[in-house]
Design a protein around this ligand. Structure first.
Ligand code: NAP
Length: 257
């Protein structure tokens, strides 16, 4: 860790209280980064920040509320310095057949999964530009690389995240800032458990049958683990990935190639 390029760098991870975000936060902390953990619920963020150590902190904001988010990011900067690593991870995946996708659900999925990335990125960009160094990693999804039925709003938002990633990568390429997307397949977290519960409730299938329905998408026949995703993020945040920008790294056991 002594030679880690992340040593002392302030990294903001959104949606860091559990699942993929918590795994990313733990891995970046191991690499020496100083973390701000962001989410809506204080208790699990505080518990994780305490687990990571006194250099780290947390901030509460709804990613869909731009004013709240900007205020939380400004306070994090005041507390721990300029933000040079941003992991846009907070997300939600609500399902509905397209015909029953209300305008409200549509807007919610765009606000949380896509506009949140926009707001956070705008809020930290001046820090990265001043340092002529930055790492932005957007946790998209295989739903940014292919379609899935019954989650059109989520899929559209995640495709948008990939578009934002590619456009911004080009705009910032000459400034020492890389912008990449990590695209997990079905990953063993709360979001997946909720989807499985919904299938069980709607179809009367067993939990095992519902799990098999999701895991069959992955050619490895298993669910991706949060640490698999975190390791790709760790690599993208390091100096070894300086030439990697505008990419969509699929962490999906070969589901997308
Ligand atoms: P998760 O376990 O449900 O965790 C989601 C995190 O986001 C939590 O920390 C949650 O904290 C936070 N969050 C949710 N809504 C928020 C909001 N409005 N404002 C601020 N924070 C919010 O989900 P996960 O599976 O780890 O997902 C993380 C990311 O990976 C998401 O972008 C998701 O789309 C993506 N992904 C997941 C999978 C999968 O199968 N699990 C696959 C592909 C992509 P609070 O509730 O306290 O706010």
């Amino acid at each position: 860790m002594a030679s880690s390029p992340l040593l002392g760098r302030h990294a903001l991870v959104t949606g860091a209280s559990r699942g993929i975000g918590a795994a990313i936060a733990r891995m970046l902390a191991q690499e020496g980064a100083t973390l701000t953990l962001l989410g809506r619920t204080a208790a699990p963020l505080q518990a994780l920040a305490e687990e990571l150590g006194p250099a780290h902190g947390f901030a509460c904001a709804d990613i869909a509320d731009a004013a709240q988010l900007q205020a939380a990011i400004a306070a994090a900067r005041d507390a721990r310095g300029p933000i040079l690593v941003l992991v846009n991870n907070a997300g939600q995946a609500e399902s509905a057949p397209f015909g029953r996708t209300s305008a409200d659900l549509w807007q919610r999925m765009l606000a949380v999964n896509l506009t949140g990335c926009f707001t956070c990125t705008q809020a930290v960009l001046a820090d990265m530009r001043a340092a002529r160094h930055g790492r932005i990693v957007n946790i998209a999804s295989t739903a940014a690389q292919r379609g899935y039925a019954y989650v059109s709003a989520y899929v559209a938002a995640k495709h948008g995240v990939l578009g934002l990633t590619r456009a911004l990568a080009l705009e910032l390429a000459a400034e020492g800032i890389t912008v990449n997307a990590v695209c997990p397949g079905y990953t063993e977290t709360e979001i997946l458990r909720e989807s499985i519960d919904k299938v069980v409730a709607k179809t009367g299938r067993s939990v095992e049958a519902a799990r098999a329905e999701f895991s069959r998408f992955n050619p490895q026949g298993r669910f991706v683990q949060p640490e698999d995703v975190a390791d790709a993020v760790r690599w993208l945040c390091g100096d070894g990935a300086a030439s990697i920008t505008g990419q969509a790294i699929s962490v999906s056991g070969g589901e997308v190639m």
